[in-house]
Design a binder for this molecule. Structure first.
Ligand code: B12
Length: 236
């Protein structure tokens, strides 16, 4: 078994497990014993360790092994109790800040050939932020449009920047209108690759030619591959 991030974790793996355990228990405490006036202290105590784990373990491993399960757990508790909305917001903010710090830690050079965007009205940005951090870590430049991008604005961004790949995130059925994907495929500067990412999309409604990555690792490798193939064809 290799450590988080494959060989990257190396001999640091036990330390990372320890830090991850601490972070997990802090987050579990946040979720279960919430006292309003402790929110900011808890936020401060979560952010540092998560940032360290991201830097030491790598983005994909930390997302899959720590952050995604914590977020899913919060979602399950919210679904069962209708509570914890403040926890969801607090933890989301911490995760977002830690991922942003990871993205800033290694800013890739080279043209940004990957465009990251949420679907129209989609507010769940964290998986896309994880993708941005993982791309930065792998030296792949990208542009991030963020939450709630109307389809006309998305197409405008594509036509202005001519990305090789567009990753469009939808987290729920409500934001997964396939017409957004059709519009991308019909854009004058049609991207080589259109990825419909996130659990909102239904495979049987996707237009032909759209690819649906199952997880963060697959989205990273597809994005990197299209960037590499374009760079290669420009050199040939
Ligand atoms: C954090 C959060 C929020 C935050 C988002 C903050 C942010 N900046 O992202 C806020 C508070 C804004 C929010 C808002 C809402 N939320 Co919310 N939210 C969540 C929560 C807890 C985590 C979201 C997340 O990041 N998930 C990432 C991981 C944890 O998702 P996952 O399903 O395990 O991932 C799967 C795949 O996506 C894939 N995957 C994972 N990561 C990646 C990365 C890439 C690149 C790829 C390709 C794939 C991939 O692998 C997994 C296995 O299949 C989820 C719970 C959940 N399980 O997702 C609810 C959840 C998604 N929210 C929910 C709801 C209802 C809402 C609101 C409608 C609430 C409201 N009434 O306002 C709004 C929606 C607003 C909108 N229009 O978008 C429901 C959706 C139910 C549904 N299926 O329709 C959920 C499931 C909670 C629940 N159990 O009720 N939310």
């Amino acid at each position: 078994m290799t450590g988080p991030g494959g060989a990257r974790g190396g001999s640091r793996w036990p330390a990372l497990i320890a830090i991850g355990g601490v972070v997990g228990s802090i987050l579990a405490n946040v979720a279960s014993n919430l006292a309003g006036n402790l929110l900011s202290e808890l936020a401060a105590s979560v952010l540092g360790p998560v940032t360290i784990v991201l830097a030491a373990g790598g983005v994909v491993a930390t997302w899959e092994g720590l952050l995604r399960p914590v977020l899913a757990g919060i979602g399950e508790r919210h679904a069962a109790t209708a509570g914890l909305i403040e926890v969801e917001h607090l933890v989301s903010r911490c995760v977002s800040e830690a991922l942003a710090a990871a993205s800033r830690a290694k800013v890739p050079t080279g043209p940004a050939r990957i465009l990251l965007s949420c679907a129209d009205e989609e507010q769940h940005t964290l998986p896309l932020e994880a993708l941005a951090a993982a791309l930065a870590e792998g030296g792949v430049s990208y542009r991030m449009l963020g939450a709630r991008v109307p389809v006309a604005a998305l197409v405008e961004a594509v036509n202005r920047t001519g990305p090789a790949a567009v990753v469009l995130w939808s987290h729920t059925r409500a934001t997964a209108d396939p017409a957004q994907l059709t519009a991308l495929l019909a854009a004058p500067r049609r991207p080589l690759l259109v990825l419909a990412a996130g659990p909102g999309w239904r495979a049987d409604t996707l237009p032909a030619g759209v690819v649906r990555p199952v997880d963060l690792a697959e989205a990273v490798s597809l994005s990197a591959a299209v960037r590499d193939s374009l760079d290669q064809s420009r050199r040939d």
